[in-house]
Design a protein around this ligand. Structure first.
Ligand code: BGC
Ligand code: ZN
Length: 367
């Protein structure tokens, strides 16, 4: 069967190749699930992998099949699988357990080991192919009535985790009633986080580079009931003066400079969650004395969040369902750039660099 792969460490090596169809029995104890791949989303992580800034091939292979945002339909299940059956629509988690205590309790998303295993990213082949097999432990059922937006399951799981972690960590305050939230960046993570925070009744500003006029990202933000603010003509300080300091910031610009810059504007007792995966080596000068003083005197919290586990997928999918009911037709507006089959793989990377492209994804088979 066909697959899209790169040679990690070699920039711009994306290529189509033949790989063997996986076997249900490769998963022990009747826990295997064979899934026909319908769609695979790509994001900035795939771009960094193709630029050889990030990612590693599985041991013994010189290539890595890419793809970590998968949506598919179950073809066959092992005899010990009960939560999905052939015909069900499903998503699949990305990370696989290592050896730490967190890995053993189903929390590989917070593994304490340096080496982490992620399908399509690090040391494990991904889903950009026709079929995949995995353990039922990682297969998440998706509602049939929402198949149109199924490819957003993985990105929304990342948002679900980031927001959940902030709320859990803020229990340190005994009482935390955040009113204002900022989302930095209006890519897929930024917009899905915007929706989830609006569903939690926060007053949300989504802050991004591009001007608001003729801008799909601004339209979607506003359809979710949030405020879109462009940084073209105003600084973050000015935005804070005008709209108030946020109690919660979800940073998802992919730009580490912004991650530090927004430290200046967080409210007292606030939490800043960093989610951008920045494989480069950029350096930034910051006002370290001022930030340090304000963060100490303001009891502020800085939190990193990566990946999403099974439960975060379920929570993310629940948010997609509520969001789709609350803002009908809006979520699917994120699905801007479908690519018609893996043969057109040369379109992938140029589209990922196009700042107007929100969700780039490959249609692999019909739903
Ligand atoms: C993926 C996450 C992954 C992270 C780090 C992101 O693009 O969506 O699942 O944990 O990259 O590799
Ligand atoms: Zn991703």
């Amino acid at each position: 069967m066909k697959a899209l792969a790169v040679h990690p460490g070699t920039a711009h090596s994306l290529h189509l190749r033949e790989i063997a169809k996986p076997d249900l029995d490769s998963i022990p104890n009747g826990r295997g699930v064979l899934v026909k791949v319908l769609q695979v989303g790509v994001d900035a992580t795939d771009q960094e992998i193709n630029e050889a800034l990030y990612g590693n091939a599985p041991e013994g292979d010189d290539y890595l099949v890419i793809g970590h945002e998968v949506f598919g339909r179950v073809e066959e299940v092992g005899n010990a699988v009960t939560h999905v059956k052939p015909g069900d629509y499903v998503a699949c988690t990305v990370r696989r357990p290592g050896g730490s205590i967190y890995d053993h309790i189903g929390r590989s998303d917070i593994t304490s080991e340096e080496v982490y295993y992620e399908r399509g990213i690090n040391l494990l082949h991904g889903f950009m192919t026709e079929y995949f097999v995995d353990s039922a432990d990682f297969i998440v059922k998706f509602p049939e009535s929402m198949v149109k937006i199924g490819v957003l399951s993985e990105p929304v799981s990342v948002c679900a985790k980031a927001i959940e972690q902030a709320y859990i960590a803020q229990q340190r305050l005994q009482v935390w009633e955040p009113k204002k939230a900022w989302v930095m960046g209006a890519g897929q993570i930024g917009l899905l986080a915007t929706m989830m925070l609006k569903l939690k009744n926060l007053d949300v500003c989504t802050i991004a580079r591009s001007a608001a006029t003729n801008n799909l990202k601004a339209e979607i933000t506003e359809q979710f009931g949030a405020r879109y603010i462009s940084t073209q003509n105003q600084s973050l300080e000015e935005i804070a003066q005008k709209h108030g300091r946020p109690d919660l910031i979800i940073e998802a610009t992919g730009n580490s400079r912004i991650a530090f810059e927004c430290m200046n504007t967080l409210n007292l007792n606030g939490a800043l969650v960093l989610t951008s995966v920045t494989g480069g080596s950029r350096r930034t000068e910051i006002e370290s004395d001022r930030i340090n003083l304000e963060w100490v005197l303001g009891n502020k919290l800085l939190l990193g969040s990566v990946n999403g586990n099974f439960r975060h997928f379920q929570e993310g999918i629940a948010a997609l369902a509520l969001g789709d009911a609350m803002y009908p037709g809006v979520i699917e507006r994120l699905l801007t750039h479908p690519i018609d089959g893996m043969d057109h793989y040369d379109q992938l990377m140029p589209l990922l660099s196009d700042s107007s492209a929100l969700k780039v994804f490959v249609n692999i088979a019909q739903a």
